[in-house]
Each structure stands twice: as structure tokens, then as C-alpha cells.
Write a protein that binds this ligand. Sequence first.
Ligand code: ZN
Length: 63
Amino acid sequence: MPARDFFHSVMRIGPVQIGTHRDRSGRTKHAAACTADDCGWSADYSTQTAAQLAARTHRCRAN
Ligand SMILES: [Zn+2]
């Protein structure tokens, strides 16, 4: 689970929040994180487009 200390929320698609944060190498990562309590899914992507696609196709366990 990546540290979310520097997570900056950009948008929300359904229950999934898209944001950016820096990894340990200082590179900007685009993260998609589900906000549903029963889900807990999150993943990092190198582009915001990829993160948005993942958010749209996320099959939420909480549904
Ligand atoms: Zn979910």
C-alpha cells in the first residue's frame, strides 16, 4: 500500500478517486483509489488516462 501523504485528488469517477502522488524516486504517479469501505482497491498508473480507464472499468466489490 503506497503512502498517501502527498495524494492530491484530481477527480472522482463513481466510487473511485483519481489523484497524483510522488513515488520514492520523485516521479509523479497517477493513482486510482476506490473510496468504498468494503473494497479498498487502489493502483498506480504512469498516466492519468490509464488511471481514468481503470476507474471506469473498476468492478467494485462494494456494489
Ligand atoms: Zn471499489
